[in-house]
Design a protein around this ligand. Sequence first.
Ligand code: GMT
Length: 380
Amino acid sequence: MKIGITCYPTYGGSGVVATELGLELAERGHEIHFISYAQPIRLTGPHPNIHYHEVEVSRYPLFDYPPYDLALATRMAEVSELYDIDLLHVHYAIPHSVSALLARQMLAAKPRGRRLPFVTTLHGTDITLVGLDRSYLPITRFSIEQSDGVTAISKYLQERTLREFDIKNNIQVIYNFVNCDVYVRNQKTMEKREEYAPKGERILVHLSNFRPVKRVTDTIEIFDRVRKEVPCKLMLIGDGPDRSRAEWLAVQKGIHNDVLFLGKQDQVQEKLALADIMLHPSELESFGLAALEAMACEVVPIATRVGGIPELIEHGKSGYLADVGDVETMARYALELLSDGKGLREMAKASRAVAQSRFCSSKIIPEYEDFYRRVLERSS
Ligand code: GMT
């Protein structure tokens, strides 16, 4: 198939999923065309089946708000015509599904017009935050209803979208995935632990885009409590608006020498695999991709019992769940794990087993391929 993929190319989880999906599909022989305003961050190195088309937005002085969605629609239509794209797959409804809808109409209106179906994948804040802002709701609902196929990355998000948007379409759940051959703990990565924990300290890790919803300062609070009992280091991967608050809190608590802000990383699996525990104290997560990536690397997640997280982590078996903001309980779980080496290893193996049995790309990518085929059949 020839598939056009549009996503936010920055550090959001939806962009990561879209890029990894494109890479996996390309490996399986599909021709992938990324259409976005910047090259997706995980798209490193050339691949014969992957093409990238940049969307240029003109900055005319009249445009206080440059119309990206229109430039995107135009580029989607151009690329689809030029490369004979079979279907567009947009990640994050706003504004991508609106642009895809316009592109579909533009192609249909051509003299020898044809139907260009598009699939929308809902990721989370496009529904839970942005889509529920009254000013965005009607157009988000409209573009979802107009999609030729809609998927959601968890059952939680599927149900919430159907309920709050009062949408009549079928929304298929296709869970997020991880490449279990790449996200893996091995001797080579383990040898690197010394760089971060030279005295054999335990390593806790957090990975996010440091937005308020991630509650990064809770991570510092939890770490502070754990560090009082067990020698350990905290690795923070990523960057974003709450980074300086977190840095400041670590300084105030006098623990900044043990809190390692690594910033944005290309090969997150190499860092994740060094850790023992992942702290994931988000206010809301419709899935929690970072937790899945950690689990695949045998890193036990301690997360909040919100959104789609319980579909991924079974409390007490493949990680621990606590209420939002309950840093005491999350610190207690971490201490319990760290004081029982055997229990920690067993739960780490159980976490990996969940990733392997339910969320490996080898299982999930065929679900997308089937979905595309059905959309194409319906549209022909
Ligand atoms: O909030 C983010 O981290 C970014 C956001 C996005 O859409 O880019 O993430 C959402 O999509 C991820 C990938 O599907 C999910 O793993 C996250 O749980 C989800 N974030 C929220 O629901 C807050």
